[in-house]
Ligand binder design. Structure first.
Ligand SMILES: [Zn+2]
Length: 98
């Protein structure tokens, strides 16, 4: 279970820094995709985001939880899962007026 505070992946300007370790950057980019996808509020859309586990080709389904302040995500195949907090208001939030 990955529990991630998205602010930890951002620099002062709200970007994912390019000078952090590759693994952290990849996870940051993955979380950004999930935030972008989940915050559209379109639950009928087919999942398109590939799982980050090595060798897994499953897709990730993100869901807004806790009054839409957190994102719960799970891989349909390997069941890797996580929660993203502190992502509201970042540039990947499609509903900044929330
Ligand atoms: Zn997976």
């Amino acid at each position: 279970m990955y529990i991630t505070n998205f602010q930890h992946y951002l620099d002062e300007e709200g970007n994912i820094p390019t000078d952090i370790p590759k693994e952290a950057r990849e996870l940051g980019n993955f979380l950004a995709l999930l935030i972008d996808d989940a915050s559209t509020g379109d639950y009928d859309a087919e999942p398109t985001i590939r799982c980050i586990e090595k060798g897994c080709e499953g897709l990730i389904v993100p869901t807004l939880v806790e009054d839409e302040t957190e994102i719960y995500w799970v891989c349909v195949k390997c069941k890797t899962k996580g929660v993203i907090t502190n992502w509201r208001g970042t540039k990947w939030d499609n509903n900044p007026d929330f």
